[in-house]
Write a protein that binds this ligand. Structure first.
Ligand code: PMV
Length: 333
């Protein structure tokens, strides 16, 4: 019987208030711009990694189904496991069993919770140290946004610099720093969007506005960071909306234009502006898909949720609050 070393980790998605969009051209999967996010509670990815000498290739099981070896997700998982094998001296292949407790088909599941959970579980199963900064750097090499899910609360990730190989996110403020609420307006259950890696590569290669986005992003990040530290919702909303709109403007101007929005996306933006004009604190952000994530206060959350559900094209809403970083399941490690 072969010896199996296993560990299980849990990680949460994060939503960027200052967006990451675009990689540095010199490799190592380094972001071209700084980003700042809030890690969410209430939605989780749980991933078990088992290194097993009887396996002849890495296996990925997602939500109960085995993925083919040549699937994009399987190849990305094997890439992260190769790094863990190189760092630990292990040679066994691994079985990775992962599930999300939130709907993945809607295009809501960014790779963030998935690769943060995988990086932590694989490191623990291989006997590597599991300090959050190491897990963050390992996750970042596969998915930049996953670097931020290693930590809870408000998390920042600086832009890459020439010569960087290691780059980890850092915690800015804990989850109880500011009790914000998030209402996600789901606007489509349908097929996947253009993935973020393909979308940002296409934007960087063809959009005349990509250099303008890279120029503008650091000061938007600074404004988001200052507003988070000051718990200033109006200032945060202005900076976070500008970051999201500048990011999307760069993609819309690509050739051909990359438009992640649908009509319902625009209707939700209009609804958020109406709420604000009526005195309800709320602002939106949008990732590489048609859904709109609306931040508000816990007191206004119910009213914001009702207003978003009334927007034509909004199918349902999901609510969340700031949460903790990636952690090992009690029985593991
Ligand atoms: O790291 P990726 O490939 O999941 O890219 C994430 C990009 C955005 O979600 C659109 C923005 C962000 O900073 O999370």
């Amino acid at each position: 019987m072969s010896v199996v070393s296993r560990a299980t980790a849990i990680a949460h998605p994060n939503i960027a208030l200052a967006k990451y969009w675009g990689k540095r051209a010199d490799g190592h999967n380094l972001p071209a711009v700084p980003s700042l996010s809030v890690t969410l509670a209430g939605m989780a990815t749980t991933t078990e990694v088992a290194f097993d000498a009887s396996l002849d290739r890495d296996e990925l099981h997602l939500g109960g189904a085995a993925l083919p070896p040549d699937a994009e997700a399987t190849r990305r998982v094997a890439g992260l496991l190769d790094r863990v094998r190189a760092a630990s001296g292990r040679r066994e292949r691994a079985r990775v069993v992962s599930r999300n407790d939130f709907p993945t088909a809607a295009g809501l599941a960014s790779s963030a919770s998935a690769f943060a959970a995988l990086a932590l579980a694989a490191s623990a199963a291989a006997g590597l140290p599991t300090a959050p900064a190491l897990v963050s750097d390992l996750a970042r090499k596969t998915s930049v946004s996953a670097a931020r899910s290693a930590f809870g609360g408000f998390v920042e990730l600086r832009a890459g610099r020439p010569g960087d190989e290691a780059l980890a996110a850092t915690p800015l403020a804990p989850e109880d720093h500011w009790p914000l609420a998030v209402v996600i307006a789901v606007t489509r259950e349908g097929p996947k969007d253009v993935g973020s890696s393909d979308g940002m590569r296409h934007t960087a290669m063809t959009s005349p506005y990509f250099p303008a986005w890279v120029d503008a992003a650091p000061s938007l990040f600074d404004a988001v960071r200052a507003a988070v530290l000051a718990r200033d919702l109006a200032a945060l909303g202005a900076a976070a909306e500008a970051s999201a709109l500048c990011m999307h403007a760069s993609s819309i101007a690509a050739s051909p234009g990359l438009l992640y929005w649908t009509g319902a996306t625009v209707e939700v933006i209009a609804a958020v502006r109406r709420l604000r004009a009526q005195g309800t604190p709320a602002f939106f952000t949008i990732d590489a898909g048609p859904h709109v994530k609306v931040f508000t206060t816990p007191e206004a959350q119910a009213a914001v949720g009702a207003a978003l559900l009334a927007v034509p094209g909004v199918l349902r809403t999901i609510t969340a609050v700031p949460g903790g970083g990636a952690r090992l399941a009690p029985s593991s490690g």
